[in-house]
Design a protein around this ligand. Structure first.
Ligand code: S3P
Length: 441
């Protein structure tokens, strides 16, 4: 766990949120646009790129693998693709920082290369499970070592992988994506079957780069050896970053809060349904369908202060809102009555153990809760107090408790918030512009 050192937030109690805002670009899509751009033929232009630390780790790793990348503007990136076989070995271990997505997708990308690679990360990433990706890649013939299941990940490049038919044991977009990326260099047809739908950005973007992606029910398959053709990628605002303001709006947007150009891929928007089940007043203005094949739908979303009531979260919504639970648990703390989430074991292996971190923080604020093996029970509706919250170095825990300030009766201090910059650079300024009374200390 993090030591709790580093910058902190100090959030004054109460306040209202209002106005219009656009949160930064989608993290998942920005990672994938860089990676697919790197192995495509031609120049890929990415606009709306998330210049957060996680995606910058991917950008730097690709540069270390020989990919030329320019950033004419902070949110515009041009990637000169090296083709499927054009990456070159890096001189040093590739540092993925805090980014689990970067490490897991790079495992799939680097396993079939003609050179060796070592992947490392920060304190949090070095504790996260990597066998879930290494195992299916080994079935394809890859030579990968983890250390008791964790990084560093040592990859001995094996250019001749074989296709597999793989049933994912958990609904994980990262594992699915790693297998598909390795499948690009495998002989035969690689097929992945999901137990429940996980985000499908990789499949969509492979199509956008001209790869034929075969979807059949809960399976997705690609034929190995297909070339990628460079394209332009317009990255929408990140639904997972918008989530904090959706909850803030439910708590304190008396006159409404408008979030612009948010990505509303249905494999990401489970939180909308969960909040609506709680009684939230949320309007999704006519979604704009993707302008090109393989693109992503976007919409403006308006939210108003609502009387929330506790719910039992349908398990089918868990994978569709997996990154939004920290924000959701704050809504549950304010909602009248009991909220129960089960089937969310995956939350224990995110940037922190998010079930434990949220339970601990809610207890500090005086919210009655019970930590379950695979979920959390919360009795909401009583006034939230103030106190000092440990973020455990987890960006989403930090931002969730910043939003809690809107419903608190005392000051909330949040420790160790530096990692907010991994997914949401400029959070403080945007949060303040919406009305949150938050200072950095
Ligand atoms: C991501 C997938 C999810 C999510 C993560 C980003 C991705 O993880 O939690 O923040 O970009 O593929 P899992 O696929 O492990 O559930």
């Amino acid at each position: 766990m993090s030591s709790g050192a580093g910058p902190q937030y100090c959030v004054a109690p109460g306040g209202v949120v209002t106005g219009e805002l656009t949160v930064p670009g989608d993290k998942s899509i920005s990672h994938r646009a860089l990676m697919l751009g790197g192995i495509a033929e031609g120049e890929t232009e990415i606009t709306g790129f998330l210049a957060g630390e996680d995606c910058l780790a991917t950008l730097r790793a690709l540069q270390a693998l020989g990919v030329r990348i320019e950033r004419p503007r902070p949110q515009t990136v041009r990637v000169s693709g090296r083709g499927l076989e054009g990456l070159t070995g890096a001189a040093a271990p590739l540092d993925m920082g805090n980014a689990g997505t970067a490490m897991r997708l790079f495992m799939g990308l680097l396993a079939p290369q003609a050179f060796d690679s070592t992947l490392i990360g920060d304190e949090s990433l070095m504790r996260r499970p990597m066998e879930r990706v290494a195992e299916p890649l080994r079935l394809m013939g890859a030579d990968i070592r983890t250390h008791e299941g964790r990084p560093p990940v040592e990859i001995h490049g094996t250019p001749k992988l074989r296709a597999i038919d793989y049933a994912l044991p958990v609904a994980s977009a990262q594992v699915k994506s790693a297998v598909l990326l390795a499948g690009l260099r495998a002989f035969g047809r690689t097929r992945v079957t999901e137990p429940a739908p996980a985000r499908d950005h990789t499949e969509r973007m492979l199509s956008a780069f001209g790869v034929e992606v075969l979807r059949e029910g809960s399976s997705v398959a690609i034929e190995g050896g297909q070339r990628l053709t460079a394209t332009s990628v317009a990255v929408p605002a990140d639904f997972s970053s918008a989530a904090f303001f959706l909850v803030a709006g439910c708590l304190a947007a008396e006159h409404g809060l408008l979030l612009r150009n948010v990505g509303v891929n249905p494999t990401r928007t489970g939180l909308l349904e969960m909040l609506r089940l709680m009684g939230a007043d949320i309007r999704v203005h006519t979604p704009r369908q993707a302008s090109q094949p393989g693109g992503e739908p976007t919409a403006d979303i308006e939210v108003r202060k609502s009387r929330l009531k506790g719910i039992r979260v349908p398990e089918s919504l868990v994978p569709l809102s997996i990154d939004e639970f920290p924000a959701f648990f704050i809504a549950a703390a304010v909602a009248e009555g009991e909220t129960l989430v089960r089937g969310a074991l995956e939350l224990r292996v995110k940037e922190s153990d998010r079930l434990a971190a949220m339970a601990q923080g809610l207890s500090v604020l005086g919210v009655e809760n019970q930590l379950l093996e695979d979920g959390l029970w919360i009795r909401g509706g009583a006034a939230l107090g103030g106190g000092t919250i440990e973020s455990h170095g987890d960006h989403r825990i930090a931002m969730a408790f910043a939003v809690a300030g809107l419903a608190a009766s005392g000051t909330i201090e949040i420790r160790d918030v530096a990692n907010v910059a991994t997914s949401f650079p400029g959070f403080l300024e945007i949060a303040r512009s919406a009305g949150l009374q938050i200072e950095s200390a």
